[in-house]
Structures are given as structure tokens and as C-alpha cells.
Design a protein around this ligand. Sequence first.
Ligand code: 6PG
Length: 254
Amino acid sequence: MSVEVLCAPTLRSLNDSAAALFEAAALAAVRSNGSFRVALAGGTTPKAVYSLLADAPKSQVPWAKIDFFWGDERHVSPNHPDSNFRMARESMLDRLSIDPGHVWRIKGEYPRAEDAAREYEDQLRSAFGLGPAQTPRFDLVLLGLGLDGHTASLFPGTTALAERRRLAVANHVAKLDTDRITLTVPVLNAARHVLFLVHGADKAAALRETLEGQYSPDEVPAQSIRLDDGRLTWLVDPSAAGLLRSTKTTELPS
Ligand code: 6PG
């Protein structure tokens, strides 16, 4: 596993760099195996990146060859303001008229989140052509970092953190008083490339704990992300990196 921390001088350059990394990963995957399978992140950070990708006039992204998945979803309908699917649909997918057959939505509207997780697992196995004991290897997984060190919907002290057999699970998040559906650690760690997008001073403590704190993934779930055989990229801005002391960062040009 290679780990890199790239520091973009501004939020705009962070978003531009994220879009460029997405495009490069998509082109490389399509060149080598004819398709690009990406797990999108939710939350707010990636929204600007998705919009940039959708609007890029000189984009080389091979959109028709991409299969879109999600790293996690809230237990809400696809039109709910909190839906990660809705965020990606509005900021990117609808603007590119992506074939719905290439969009693998987590059914957050199901009354039982576990039913959505089970169906998502079936979809993953079908889309990746997997047997029952195999793990999908995403070409790219986009992730964010929560203030408490969570990523995807792997929150501190929750049961999903320990899951090593399932591909996706329902995860009750007591502090939010809600269920989520999330990819599990083995799936995230099987990826060819994981790209974390982290900006803002409010994330500085969580980033320092993740990268420089004692290894304690139950308290700092983002520490669970240690790729089996892939590239782990942290794309941050100076305010998020403000508390880092021992981490080697690569300064990106503006
Ligand atoms: C979600 C995400 C979650 C998110 C972080 C950071 O469903 O909310 O999967 O892990 O990436 O909470 O969120 P922001 O980008 O909004 O700071």
C-alpha cells in the first residue's frame, strides 16, 4: 500500500485536483479492463468535485464506461435532502444523462436498512461477477472524514467496524439516532485507489488523529482504511492539515 498526503493550497485547487484524479483513474481503468467502477462519497465535500466533473468542457472521462456505486447511504428515500444518491444525481449524474443501468443505488427507502444492505451486496456480486466469498475491488473509492473520525458510515463504536465477512451492512448510529447502510472495511481496503477529500479547520483534529494518533480504529474509524494492495491518497487543504506534525505532505501547485 502506498499512502500519500497531497495538500492543495485552496479549496478550488483541491476540487480541481480531485476531479483530475477521478479522470485519471477512470481513463486508466477503462484502458486496462474496459470499465471503471467507482464508489462515490456522500456528505457535502464531494459535491463541488462532482459538479466540476459534470461541467468540464474538455473532460476525457469515459462516462459511458463507468459504473457508479456509493460508499454508504442514509436510511432515507432517494429524493430526501439527506440522500447521498440525490446529492450525486443532482450535482453530476443528471447533468451527464448517465444510463440508469450503470447506477447502483443503495435503496435507503427500504423500511429495514438491512434489506437494503443485503440487496446492495447482491448487486455488488452481480456487477463484479463475484462468487459468495469474493470481495469487489473498486477502481476508485471516494471517502470523506467526519469530525469524529468516521468515514463512509463507519462511525466510532458501531458494529459495522468489526464486520469482516459482509460486503455491506446496515449500521445503527446511536448518536445520530439513525440507521445507515455502508460498505465494510474489507471492501474499502480492497480498492485499487482510495481518495479521501478533507478540507476545513474543523477537520484538522480528526485528520491529525487519523494520521498521527495512536492506532485505535474503533475510536477513529478512518484509521481502518489500510489498503491491501492499492494507493491511498489524502487530498487536503492547509486548514485541514494545520495540526499535522509528523506527516509528510506533498504541496500541490495552485
Ligand atoms: C456521509 C458520508 C460521510 C462523510 C463525512 C464527511 O454519508 O455523510 O459518507 O462519511 O463523507 O461525514 O462529510 P462532509 O464532506 O459533509 O464534511
